[in-house]
Design a protein around this ligand. Sequence first.
Ligand code: CTP
Length: 384
Amino acid sequence: MRLLRETGHDVRVVPTESALKFVGAATWEALSGHPVTHEVWDDVPSVAHVERGRWADLVIVAPATADLLARAVAGMADDLLTTSLLTATCPVLFAPAMHTEMWLHPATQANVSTLRSRGMHVLPPAVGRLTGADSGPGRLPEPAQIMAAALPLLAPQDLAGRRVLVSAGGTREPLDPVRYLGNRSSGRQGVAVAQRARDRGAQVTLVAAHLDIDPPGGVDVIEVDTAASLRQAMVERLTEADVIVMAAAVADFRPAEVAEHKIKKTDSGRAEAISLALERTADVLVELVEARSAGQVIIGFAAETGSAAASALEIGREKLTRKGCDLLVVNDVSGDRVFGRDTNEAVILDRSGPDVDVPRASKAAVADTLWDTVAQRYLTHPIK
Ligand code: CTP
């Protein structure tokens, strides 16, 4: 419920009478902001038993008990949940939870097959500790797994068949065996870009440099460390991608020498200050643009603070031209407004179209605006 609300969805809860023995209606009402009932005889003037199913864009049954699966297969309509299931024309996702014997029983397995043959989605239950002392298949899948299955059912499938390569996170350049030069990128925005591409049907590879968060399920993850290893991972996969997104914060300089042993403060005698010699790293984005083939879409990110001489946006425009990419997502990062946060705001600069303003929203919503722009302006040709 929380994950759905946090991603901007309006959620209504339809419990069974038994479900209310575990979590009461007041809790669901407070969390959803809507009245909650299991009765078909409540709120009769709004014809709630028909209205709920018609209203929804997606129905998630979690936990789906063996009894509920059986009732759904039989088309029962003796409470608000089953009547809602019969009137829903949207996708339906069941997340089963029951004891192992009940899950493995031929009756339940036949019910699952029937639901799937009707186009409904049934997650396999997780394996682990159950309500009693027993453990095995039958645990309710974790909320993140239910979300990973639910979000694609809500998203437009406008990236289906497209191959997307995303870099995210921040590189680290070693100084000695225990120290590195790094940056404050958490990887959250790049991960959201990868995750929403996955939800919209793309086949996604994520080149991940030191993410603060877990990478999303359902995407290929290549872990990298330095600017050089990120460059290699991207260049190797360039030809396999239709869209490339450079969301990673890549070091522009690295220590010219990496000390073999830990640098001691007495190494430079009694010096009060030492200097580090740094050398330039390759500009990966420029290299990808130079090596690209026809039809490939390349997107850069720029975190800018602006300066006395130029605004963040002016710097972004100059950078779009200099880097030669198709789109550049410009964030104003002055005043600690972006790093490690769950929200972002940006302007998407387009080399061949008008700017797109992205007002402050979740990083997933920012990613969606980016994919809307890419799909509408750049992916109009059919899939090869
Ligand atoms: N980038 C890259 N390789 C680098 C540095 C940056 O591919 N060595 C990419 C980033 O992933 C991002 C874009 O270039 O998509 C812009 O990054 P930014 O650090 O803003 O650009 P710089 O070239 O470093 O510009 P400046 O130092 O002038 O701000």
